[in-house]
Design a protein around this ligand. Sequence first.
Ligand SMILES: [Zn+2]
Length: 269
Amino acid sequence: MTGSFLRLGAFALGLLGLRGVELAAPHHPPTAPLRARWLINLGFGAANGIIVSLACASCYALSAHNEFAAHLGLLRRLDLNIWTRIPLEVVLLDLVTYLLHRAYHVVPLLWRLHVVHHSDLDLDVSSASRFHTGEVLASSILKIGVVVVVGISPQGFVIFEAVMLACAQFQHANIRIPGRLESGLWRILVPPAMHRIHHTPTREDTNSNYGTILTVWDWLLGTLRRHPPDPTPSFGVESLRDSQSLGVARLLMLPFTLPPDSVRESIRD
Ligand SMILES: [Zn+2]
């Protein structure tokens, strides 16, 4: 329960703090009506928050009382001290998140869930909350599996979740970052400029820049894409450009109603 309140507090702090920066130093003018988007995005965030809280509680309990991991979990067998183990667990879970994100762009069934996130016609801090509940559920089940098999510690898992949440909000934020600082970020942490490319409707761009915390996975695994900054970007999915038709009910049904042509147009070869 404490973990859920901490997560909610961190979420609210990130949302309000980054919204303040978005108002003071926006990267681009709005590309879609803000009020309607925020209602939808934060509505998804509230519903998904319940699932994430339950998943976090399950992961925490499983990692704290994990007999399997105690004997067979790779990280437990290495017997590392806390200062080595926790960073290693965070990096490992970030790699899992990268691979999972890539799978959402390759497997047609998974793209049908993930397309709800990509259907946002603008990109700001609220976009970090816009995920179909089915995607949140599928990702949570996979993470529980990793926690059990690899032997992630309760502390490592909680710290990873907090860092991932903060990085997700940051990379979606519509904020202007000084050029040299942003160039430095490209080498280490995913900056908004890198994730904006991932949200443009072009197929090659959408199927690149999958990282959440570290940029190293995109560098190493050949999925990094970098363009000069675009002051008037466009976001979304080519076949879902009408903001009037992107209400909550349509988005919830999208995994079942998305035409096969649209799936083929978007996913990675
Ligand atoms: Zn994506």
